[in-house]
Design a protein around this ligand. Sequence first.
Ligand code: SF4
Length: 418
Amino acid sequence: MNPAPRILNPSPQMTKENSSPQRNTEKIHPPCASVSSSKAGGSKPLPEWLNPEPWLDLEITAADVERALGAESPNERELAALLSPVAADFLEPMAQRAQAITRRHFGRTISLYTPLYLSNFCNGGCLYCGIAGDRRATRAVLGEVQLRNEMAAIKSMKLEELVLLTGERMPEADVPYLRDCIAIASEYIHNVTIEVFPMEESEYHELAQAGCTGLSLYQETYDQEVYEKMHRWGDKRDFFNRIDAADRALRGGLRTIGIGALLGLADPRFDMLCVYRHAKYLLKNYWRAGVSISFPRINPQLGGFKADHPVDEKMLAQYIFAMRICLPEVPLVLSPREPQRVRDSMAGLGISKMSVASKTTVGGYSDDSEESTEQFSISDERAIPEFCDMLRAKGLDPVFKNWEAAYREPTHYGAAEV
Ligand code: SF4
């Protein structure tokens, strides 16, 4: 039986009467227990199904890239060729092949969604993040009134797909809070997904029962050494707990899973091959699941983190084309971290899904003056009409809704199917 929805957090700051988000501008110091109990990456090797090493050492030639471009069923070998520096000279034929494949599988459609930050409270120690626990950030968490205001603002934009975001698991934004937010958001929007901290299977199931349909959880990097360096403390240091969360979410009843690596943290070829192998693993083991891939790059944020492995716009394009060629049916997603010129040029050339009109402050849709600290800066701030005009000028169709709430029942995988 479904658990009865709680009316958000019953703390004084979160009652229905309260009209502004709960706030805090202090650093959130990492709890000692969390530091000492957290497991860093590097304790065991990557599992065979994920390890990209055999393909990283290949000597790639121009002939290999040409072969990869013509391959009927490309796999790791072809992907390694298309990701290689040698393939940088083949951007034009890669773009043409990526566009043809995108047209075949997605038509001229670009699915649109928007993110909604529920809370930017976080005690995580991620070096690259503007709201890590040691940043003097302005923090806020939505109560019911603000959430409903945000949902009304988003609904008025005709959007029907939403990603709810938080930082790490915190008292201000825990699983019951999320469950209540999902139930409320589902009253307004057909497709409500989450991009939050990793959970247990039973917790994902609870969220699926409340109306959640999918999870985005980016590994950030699959390089365990870099992962350990980037995640200084907190639950997120547990590398394998994060990798395995996708399995737990799908077994818990969520329908879709979005994966990716934060480009710039580690060798992007290593990470892209891992993302590919992770997607293949999930598609094979959870055949009913929708798997998508995002391509976030390091962006300016509070704390001034600089990427050790910067990925420029040409490299980003190459990686998107390579992934499209090797995973023809997987939706590829581009966020508004990217500048307009990149988003415009990638739409339909591999990318089939984009966020739009995004706000990365807590409460930013219904209150222009909202000043909570952003996790990262938005580069493409166009409103929906302007963005859709751009898509139509390129012969593409913006899609606001491709999913019915009537199909929101959780998915079930029997043990034999997994
Ligand atoms: S990346 Fe996520 S977990 Fe890490 S500090 Fe930022 S919000 Fe917290």
